[in-house]
Design a protein around this ligand. Structure first.
Ligand code: F3S
Length: 280
Protein backbone atom coordinates (compact mmCIF):
# COMPACT_ATOMS: atom_id res chain seq x y z
CA UNK A 1 0.00 0.00 0.00
CA UNK A 2 1.23 3.44 -0.88
CA UNK A 3 1.50 5.84 2.10
CA UNK A 4 1.71 9.52 1.18
CA UNK A 5 2.52 12.11 3.83
CA UNK A 6 1.60 15.75 3.07
CA UNK A 7 4.71 17.92 2.98
CA UNK A 8 3.15 20.60 5.20
CA UNK A 9 1.79 18.13 7.81
CA UNK A 10 2.39 19.21 11.40
CA UNK A 11 3.76 22.24 13.22
CA UNK A 12 3.58 25.66 11.59
CA UNK A 13 6.36 28.17 12.18
CA UNK A 14 4.65 29.84 15.17
CA UNK A 15 3.81 26.62 16.99
CA UNK A 16 7.28 25.16 16.44
CA UNK A 17 8.79 28.35 17.82
CA UNK A 18 6.51 28.32 20.91
CA UNK A 19 7.20 24.66 21.66
CA UNK A 20 10.97 25.13 21.33
CA UNK A 21 10.81 28.18 23.60
CA UNK A 22 8.80 26.23 26.19
CA UNK A 23 11.22 23.29 26.28
CA UNK A 24 14.23 25.63 26.44
CA UNK A 25 12.66 27.66 29.27
CA UNK A 26 11.73 24.49 31.17
CA UNK A 27 15.37 23.47 31.05
CA UNK A 28 16.82 26.83 32.01
CA UNK A 29 14.30 28.84 33.99
CA UNK A 30 13.03 26.58 36.79
CA UNK A 31 9.28 26.31 37.46
CA UNK A 32 7.13 27.44 34.55
CA UNK A 33 3.46 27.86 33.83
CA UNK A 34 1.50 28.63 30.69
CA UNK A 35 -1.67 30.67 30.63
CA UNK A 36 -3.92 28.07 28.99
CA UNK A 37 -2.52 24.98 27.22
CA UNK A 38 0.48 25.94 25.07
CA UNK A 39 -1.00 24.27 21.97
CA UNK A 40 -4.03 22.10 21.15
CA UNK A 41 -2.20 18.80 21.51
CA UNK A 42 -3.00 16.96 24.76
CA UNK A 43 0.04 14.68 24.20
CA UNK A 44 2.46 17.59 23.90
CA UNK A 45 0.91 19.43 26.85
CA UNK A 46 1.40 16.25 28.90
CA UNK A 47 5.05 16.01 27.80
CA UNK A 48 5.59 19.62 28.81
CA UNK A 49 3.97 18.93 32.16
CA UNK A 50 6.55 16.17 32.63
CA UNK A 51 9.23 18.84 32.10
CA UNK A 52 7.64 21.06 34.76
CA UNK A 53 5.40 23.32 32.66
CA UNK A 54 2.02 23.50 34.40
CA UNK A 55 -1.10 24.95 32.82
CA UNK A 56 -3.08 27.64 34.66
CA UNK A 57 -6.39 29.18 33.65
CA UNK A 58 -5.78 32.73 34.94
CA UNK A 59 -3.09 35.11 36.21
CA UNK A 60 -4.61 34.80 39.71
CA UNK A 61 -3.66 31.10 39.78
CA UNK A 62 0.04 31.85 39.37
CA UNK A 63 2.18 31.34 42.42
CA UNK A 64 4.57 34.25 41.79
CA UNK A 65 7.76 32.20 41.68
CA UNK A 66 7.21 30.84 38.19
CA UNK A 67 8.27 32.00 34.75
CA UNK A 68 5.22 32.51 32.56
CA UNK A 69 5.16 31.36 28.95
CA UNK A 70 2.72 33.11 26.63
CA UNK A 71 1.33 30.76 24.00
CA UNK A 72 1.41 31.29 20.23
CA UNK A 73 -2.21 32.59 20.10
CA UNK A 74 -1.18 35.42 22.40
CA UNK A 75 -3.08 36.71 25.43
CA UNK A 76 -5.35 39.65 26.23
CA UNK A 77 -3.86 43.06 26.94
CA UNK A 78 -5.30 43.10 30.49
CA UNK A 79 -3.60 39.77 31.19
CA UNK A 80 -0.29 41.10 29.91
CA UNK A 81 -0.69 44.16 32.16
CA UNK A 82 -1.47 41.94 35.17
CA UNK A 83 1.64 39.85 34.47
CA UNK A 84 3.80 42.96 34.20
CA UNK A 85 2.30 44.43 37.39
CA UNK A 86 3.19 41.25 39.27
CA UNK A 87 6.65 41.49 37.68
CA UNK A 88 6.57 37.84 36.69
CA UNK A 89 9.36 36.74 34.35
CA UNK A 90 7.89 36.30 30.87
CA UNK A 91 8.76 34.15 27.89
CA UNK A 92 6.64 35.60 25.11
CA UNK A 93 6.00 32.87 22.53
CA UNK A 94 3.20 34.81 20.81
CA UNK A 95 3.55 34.05 17.10
CA UNK A 96 5.04 37.12 15.35
CA UNK A 97 2.11 37.04 12.87
CA UNK A 98 -0.41 37.21 15.73
CA UNK A 99 1.64 40.02 17.29
CA UNK A 100 1.39 41.95 14.01
CA UNK A 101 -2.41 41.60 14.03
CA UNK A 102 -2.48 42.88 17.64
CA UNK A 103 -0.21 45.82 16.75
CA UNK A 104 -2.24 46.84 13.70
CA UNK A 105 -5.47 46.68 15.71
CA UNK A 106 -3.81 48.90 18.34
CA UNK A 107 -2.60 51.37 15.71
CA UNK A 108 -6.04 51.60 14.11
CA UNK A 109 -7.72 52.08 17.49
CA UNK A 110 -5.23 54.84 18.40
CA UNK A 111 -5.89 56.61 15.11
CA UNK A 112 -9.61 56.70 15.80
CA UNK A 113 -10.76 53.98 13.42
CA UNK A 114 -13.57 51.63 14.36
CA UNK A 115 -11.74 48.31 14.31
CA UNK A 116 -13.30 45.37 12.49
CA UNK A 117 -11.73 41.95 13.05
CA UNK A 118 -12.56 39.11 10.69
CA UNK A 119 -12.61 35.96 12.80
CA UNK A 120 -14.30 33.73 15.35
CA UNK A 121 -15.55 35.75 18.34
CA UNK A 122 -14.78 33.05 20.92
CA UNK A 123 -11.26 32.24 19.73
CA UNK A 124 -8.52 33.30 22.21
CA UNK A 125 -6.46 34.87 19.42
CA UNK A 126 -9.41 37.07 18.43
CA UNK A 127 -10.14 38.03 22.04
CA UNK A 128 -6.50 39.06 22.30
CA UNK A 129 -6.66 41.19 19.12
CA UNK A 130 -9.90 42.84 20.36
CA UNK A 131 -8.19 43.82 23.61
CA UNK A 132 -5.21 45.39 21.83
CA UNK A 133 -7.54 47.51 19.67
CA UNK A 134 -7.96 49.65 22.82
CA UNK A 135 -11.22 51.03 21.56
CA UNK A 136 -14.86 50.84 22.66
CA UNK A 137 -15.80 50.50 19.07
CA UNK A 138 -14.68 47.05 17.88
CA UNK A 139 -16.63 44.56 15.79
CA UNK A 140 -15.79 40.90 15.26
CA UNK A 141 -17.39 39.58 12.09
CA UNK A 142 -17.30 36.01 10.84
CA UNK A 143 -18.80 36.51 7.38
CA UNK A 144 -20.42 38.96 4.97
CA UNK A 145 -23.75 38.74 6.84
CA UNK A 146 -21.87 39.81 9.99
CA UNK A 147 -20.23 42.70 8.11
CA UNK A 148 -23.72 44.02 7.22
CA UNK A 149 -24.35 44.58 10.96
CA UNK A 150 -21.50 47.15 11.11
CA UNK A 151 -23.06 50.67 11.05
CA UNK A 152 -22.60 52.70 7.84
CA UNK A 153 -20.63 55.93 7.41
CA UNK A 154 -17.74 55.13 9.79
CA UNK A 155 -13.97 55.23 9.37
CA UNK A 156 -13.14 51.53 9.53
CA UNK A 157 -9.88 49.65 10.09
CA UNK A 158 -9.87 45.99 9.11
CA UNK A 159 -7.62 43.16 10.31
CA UNK A 160 -8.02 39.36 10.33
CA UNK A 161 -7.53 36.45 12.67
CA UNK A 162 -4.37 34.90 11.22
CA UNK A 163 -6.03 31.60 10.25
CA UNK A 164 -8.91 33.13 8.24
CA UNK A 165 -9.55 32.17 4.62
CA UNK A 166 -8.43 34.96 2.29
CA UNK A 167 -11.65 34.79 0.20
CA UNK A 168 -13.82 35.49 3.26
CA UNK A 169 -11.57 38.40 4.27
CA UNK A 170 -11.74 39.88 0.77
CA UNK A 171 -15.55 39.50 0.56
CA UNK A 172 -15.96 41.25 3.93
CA UNK A 173 -13.60 44.06 2.85
CA UNK A 174 -15.68 44.56 -0.31
CA UNK A 175 -18.93 44.66 1.68
CA UNK A 176 -17.53 47.24 4.12
CA UNK A 177 -16.04 49.34 1.33
CA UNK A 178 -19.52 50.01 -0.01
CA UNK A 179 -20.85 51.35 3.29
CA UNK A 180 -18.11 53.26 5.08
CA UNK A 181 -16.49 56.71 4.92
CA UNK A 182 -12.97 55.30 4.86
CA UNK A 183 -11.53 51.79 4.96
CA UNK A 184 -8.00 50.93 5.98
CA UNK A 185 -7.08 47.26 5.52
CA UNK A 186 -4.22 45.25 6.98
CA UNK A 187 -4.10 41.72 5.65
CA UNK A 188 -2.88 39.84 8.72
CA UNK A 189 -3.67 36.36 7.40
CA UNK A 190 -0.81 33.89 7.73
CA UNK A 191 -0.62 31.49 4.80
CA UNK A 192 0.29 28.40 6.88
CA UNK A 193 -3.38 27.43 7.14
CA UNK A 194 -4.14 27.83 3.42
CA UNK A 195 -1.00 25.90 2.45
CA UNK A 196 -2.06 22.98 4.68
CA UNK A 197 -5.66 23.05 3.46
CA UNK A 198 -4.74 23.21 -0.25
CA UNK A 199 -2.24 20.41 0.08
CA UNK A 200 -4.70 18.26 2.08
CA UNK A 201 -7.46 18.75 -0.56
CA UNK A 202 -5.13 17.70 -3.37
CA UNK A 203 -3.95 14.66 -1.43
CA UNK A 204 -7.49 13.61 -0.41
CA UNK A 205 -8.48 13.63 -4.09
CA UNK A 206 -5.69 11.23 -5.04
CA UNK A 207 -5.85 8.49 -2.35
CA UNK A 208 -8.27 5.74 -1.23
CA UNK A 209 -8.18 6.64 2.47
CA UNK A 210 -7.19 9.79 4.30
CA UNK A 211 -5.94 10.12 7.87
CA UNK A 212 -5.93 13.53 9.54
CA UNK A 213 -3.89 13.63 12.74
CA UNK A 214 -4.38 16.18 15.49
CA UNK A 215 -6.10 17.08 18.73
CA UNK A 216 -9.85 16.48 18.74
CA UNK A 217 -9.96 19.91 20.43
CA UNK A 218 -7.94 21.58 17.65
CA UNK A 219 -10.06 23.84 15.42
CA UNK A 220 -7.53 23.79 12.58
CA UNK A 221 -7.32 19.96 12.60
CA UNK A 222 -11.11 19.64 12.65
CA UNK A 223 -11.31 21.99 9.67
CA UNK A 224 -8.67 19.95 7.79
CA UNK A 225 -10.64 16.76 8.50
CA UNK A 226 -13.86 18.38 7.20
CA UNK A 227 -12.16 19.58 4.01
CA UNK A 228 -10.72 16.11 3.39
CA UNK A 229 -13.94 14.21 4.10
CA UNK A 230 -15.86 16.43 1.66
CA UNK A 231 -13.46 15.14 -1.01
CA UNK A 232 -12.66 11.65 0.30
CA UNK A 233 -15.54 10.31 2.45
CA UNK A 234 -13.20 7.66 3.86
CA UNK A 235 -11.35 10.23 5.94
CA UNK A 236 -10.54 9.48 9.58
CA UNK A 237 -9.55 12.04 12.21
CA UNK A 238 -7.24 10.52 14.81
CA UNK A 239 -5.22 11.94 17.66
CA UNK A 240 -2.66 9.11 17.92
CA UNK A 241 -1.64 5.88 16.15
CA UNK A 242 -3.53 3.81 18.74
CA UNK A 243 -6.85 5.01 17.25
CA UNK A 244 -6.20 3.44 13.83
CA UNK A 245 -8.69 0.66 13.10
CA UNK A 246 -7.11 -1.86 10.67
CA UNK A 247 -10.58 -2.41 9.13
CA UNK A 248 -10.36 1.10 7.65
CA UNK A 249 -7.53 -0.03 5.38
CA UNK A 250 -9.16 -3.10 3.85
CA UNK A 251 -9.10 -2.82 0.05
CA UNK A 252 -7.13 0.46 0.02
CA UNK A 253 -4.22 0.83 -2.39
CA UNK A 254 -3.16 4.21 -1.01
CA UNK A 255 -3.47 6.23 2.20
CA UNK A 256 -2.83 9.95 2.51
CA UNK A 257 -1.78 11.52 5.80
CA UNK A 258 -1.91 15.11 6.92
CA UNK A 259 -1.78 16.72 10.35
CA UNK A 260 -2.89 19.97 11.97
CA UNK A 261 -0.49 22.80 12.76
CA UNK A 262 -0.29 21.72 16.41
CA UNK A 263 0.46 18.03 15.84
CA UNK A 264 3.94 17.01 17.06
CA UNK A 265 6.25 15.27 14.64
CA UNK A 266 6.69 12.19 16.84
CA UNK A 267 2.93 11.50 16.69
CA UNK A 268 2.98 11.72 12.88
CA UNK A 269 5.95 9.34 12.78
CA UNK A 270 4.14 6.81 14.99
CA UNK A 271 1.13 6.88 12.65
CA UNK A 272 3.32 6.27 9.58
CA UNK A 273 5.11 3.40 11.35
CA UNK A 274 1.82 1.81 12.46
CA UNK A 275 0.50 1.96 8.90
CA UNK A 276 3.70 0.40 7.61
CA UNK A 277 3.35 -2.47 10.11
CA UNK A 278 -0.32 -3.01 9.29
CA UNK A 279 0.32 -3.19 5.57
CA UNK A 280 3.45 -5.37 5.56
FE1 F3S B 1 1.61 31.72 13.57
FE2 F3S B 1 0.43 31.15 11.32
FE3 F3S B 1 1.04 29.26 12.96
S1 F3S B 1 -0.05 32.81 12.69
S2 F3S B 1 0.92 30.18 14.97
S3 F3S B 1 2.48 30.57 11.87
S4 F3S B 1 -0.80 29.37 11.75
Amino acid sequence: MNIVLARSAGFCFGVKRAVNMAFAAAEQAGPICSLGPLIHSPQLVERLQGEGVRVVASVAEMTGDETVIIRSHGIRREEEQQLRQRQLPLVDATCPFVKKAQEYAGLLGEQGYTVVIVGEQEHPEVQGIVSYACSDSVYVVADVAGARQVPSGLRLGLVAQTTQAYENFRAIAMELLGRCKELRVFNTICDATAVRQNEASELAASVDRMLVIGGHNSANTNRLARICSDIQPRTFHIETASEIDPAWLVGAASVGITAGASTPEWIIREVVEKLQQLTK
